[in-house]
Design a protein around this ligand. Sequence first.
Ligand SMILES: Nc1ncnc2c1ncn2[C@@H]1O[C@H](COP(=O)(O)OP(=O)(O)OP(=O)(O)O)[C@@H](O)[C@H]1O
Ligand SMILES: [Mg+2]
Length: 327
Amino acid sequence: MSGPLLEIRGLAVVFPTRGGLVRAVDGVDLEVFSGECLGVVGESGSGKSVTFLAVLGLLRPPGRIEAGEIRFEGRTISGLPEAELRELRGRAIAITLQDALTALNPALTVEQQIVETIEAHDPDLPRGRARRRILRERAQELLRLVGIPEPARRLAAYPHELSGGMRQRVMIAIALSCRPKLLIADEPTTALDVTIQAQVLDLLAELRERLGTAIVLVSHDLGVVAEHCGRVVVMYAGQVVERGPTAAVIGEPRHPYTRGLLRSIPSIAEPERPIRPIPGQMADPIRPPPGCRFEPRCSLARPACRLPIALRPIDGGRAARCVEVAA
Ligand SMILES: Nc1ncnc2c1ncn2[C@@H]1O[C@H](COP(=O)(O)OP(=O)(O)OP(=O)(O)O)[C@@H](O)[C@H]1O
Ligand SMILES: [Mg+2]
């Protein structure tokens, strides 16, 4: 297939609240290609999770897609009835949610949860005794695949009996049980210590290589993305502000927000450089600035920045939403 695996066009997601309409995602365009690892970065509240919950039809009402189109393998999936979305979640696209402990069911063992998803997506399982044996074998195989030692013993464990890293692995195992073409990993390592973080990320890289699964790695850590993703999308206040090949975006960021984000992480290239957080606060999602959403925090802001601006293409498959980039 030549087109992207996943294509998001002009996505807008809103949440009606007592204080007004929260514009969580507002005009997001992005695509994911077969087999790639795409990084999605941005500060807390920039709309990363909501974007992908919308893709999978997992927005909690009253949250809803207000505008835009989502296509998977060329077919429009936004607006599909829940039954078809559920099938898609099982067959083609999987997500590991940001919070592993709440995403897993505390009342069910690891085996019960894995078996539940396998059963839901495989209509060809035999009946009777053979079924149980096959399901158990498959569950063990999945745990082995994600590097859990002693899988037979772990199957009987409840989520609270596992470490954070183990829980992430179990979530990944559940996500992989349907052999998805696209795995969305939402902050898979945030709650983990550095060593375990590296192990989970290496696991994702290995799965991509071995199974050819495309991965979207959602993270607020540009350093993690730099190491694992060929392309990156930078989000700010519900919009994409920059995108392109990771090395180019990090080597020569074109949006002041991306530059700020780079300065706010322990540098990959210059470990001695001081970390400088971006001053100011994330834009109000109910009353966002009319032009560039970063304008109120931007040291380079000028009057032109208060007018609406689209992503502007730059050579090399890049784009940035900034007046500094020639239209
Ligand atoms: N159920 C909800 N009701 C109202 N607003 C919501 C709801 N869920 C998300 N939002 C708002 O949508 C915006 C985007 O949230 P989202 O969770 O996508 O951010 P994020 O980029 O994933 O942040 P983080 O890095 O903290 O995970 C935020 O302003 C958030 O407050
Ligand atoms: Mg999130």
